[in-house]
Design a protein around this ligand. Structure first.
Ligand code: DAH
Length: 344
């Protein structure tokens, strides 16, 4: 009897099954009512009394081992089979959500498209800049308040003291300078990009935002050319009924300078909270490039003239989509971003 038990124990320890059916056959062979172990149990009563204790212990061990082994093989199939047995090939597919373009990208691309149709190329420049390209060559006086710590982020290199020379650009006008430095007129470029200012973050200000700069330099460029391009841009962007108005302004790098308002496209110029009941909203700064800037960038101001313009992409986006809180643009909340699915 003990020999028989030892032999079955060995068999049980080496059991293998490659699928659930095989495993079931093994269970029947060893553990069912008519299985090998039960047959031994039935023989138990014929065991002489003096051996009953030892044989009983061994027999129980065998039964436990067999149950354990079958259970562990079963577990293996359970993990392997999940999903496959339940696979329903007739089920409809999970909808895969298409990504959406960011509203700022949508508007930026629209601005680029409009200017590209008027013959402007795209120019690019670094976001980590130096004072020369962001301020000095743009005719900012040494003590101009825009250079103040309040506005400009200064970059510290290798633990050295802040030199006030390496900075994050605070406007894309720096790309004007870089373009003029390495290109002779005619120049007709727009420069979209991110800019940084040391502002407290709120619903109406952020420490970074986006601008598009425009620059046109050639012989005989006049303010009339600027006005025409501005009018075309405003109509393409906001619709054919849009009116523009130019107000005198000041920028160090343009002379004369102006700010452009468009008739409020939310109330159609009648007056609403968005335009503070004036019927007009400001969208950009512009002017004729100051001769000092041309000369500083290696372009002969006696031969060439040109205009420049600069606008904030967030502002234009707000006008188009009435986003009330600037912070929405950088929070990546997909509930907000998905609203732009229909735009291109
Ligand atoms: N750089 C100006 C700013 O960030 C915007 C600007 C104004 C750009 C007038 C221009 C311009 O090119 O002519 O506020």
């Amino acid at each position: 009897m003990l020999e028989k038990i030892a032999q079955l124990l060995q068999e049980v320890e080496n059991l293998q099954a490659s699928n659930a059916d095989e495993l079931e056959a093994l269970r029947i062979k060893y553990l069912s009512k008519k299985g090998a172990i039960n047959a031994l149990m039935a023989d138990f009563r014929n065991v002489p009394a003096e051996h009953k204790k030892e044989v009983g212990i061994r027999l129980n061990e065998l039964k436990d081992k067999a149950q354990e082994k079958i259970a562990s093989l079963k577990e293996q199939f359970a993990t392997q089979d999940t999903g496959l047995e339940d696979l329903d090939l007739t089920r409809t597919a999970y909808p895969i959500g298409l990504g959406t373009r960011h509203p700022l990208s949508i508007v930026k691309n629209e601005i680029i498209d409009i200017f590209a149709r008027m013959g402007f190329n795209i120019a690019d420049g670094p976001e980590v800049e130096d004072d020369l390209h962001v301020y000095t060559k743009l005719n900012f006086a040494a003590d101009h308040p825009a250079r103040d710590m309040q506005d400009t982020f200064f970059v510290q290199l290798n633990g050295e003291d802040v030199t006030k020379n390496i900075i994050l650009r605070s406007h894309t006008s720096s790309v004007q300078v870089r373009t003029m430095e390495h290109t002779q007129p005619p120049i007709r470029v727009i420069c979209p990009g991110r800019v940084y200012r040391n502002e407290a973050i709120s619903y109406r200000a952020h420490c970074f935002f986006h601008q598009v700069e425009g620059l046109y330099i050639d012989k005989g460029v006049s303010f009339t050319d600027l006005k025409q391009v501005l009018l075309l841009f405003a109509r393409e962007m906001f619709g054919n009924d849009t009116k523009i108005r130019l107000r005198p302004s000041y920028f160090p790098f343009t002379e004369p300078s102006a700010e452009m308002d468009i008739s409020c496209n939310i109330c159609g110029g009648k007056g609403c909270p968005f335009c503070k009941h004036t019927g007009w909203v400001e969208i950009l700064g512009c002017g004729m490039v100051d001769p000092n800037v041309l000369d500083a960038c290696g372009i002969d101001s006696k031969v060439y003239s040109g205009y420049a313009l600069g606008m904030g992409i967030e502002r234009i986006t707000n006008l188009k989509y009435q986003v009330k809180d600037l912070r929405m643009f950088s929070e990546n909340d997909t509930r907000f971003l998905r609203e732009f699915e229909a735009a291109y």
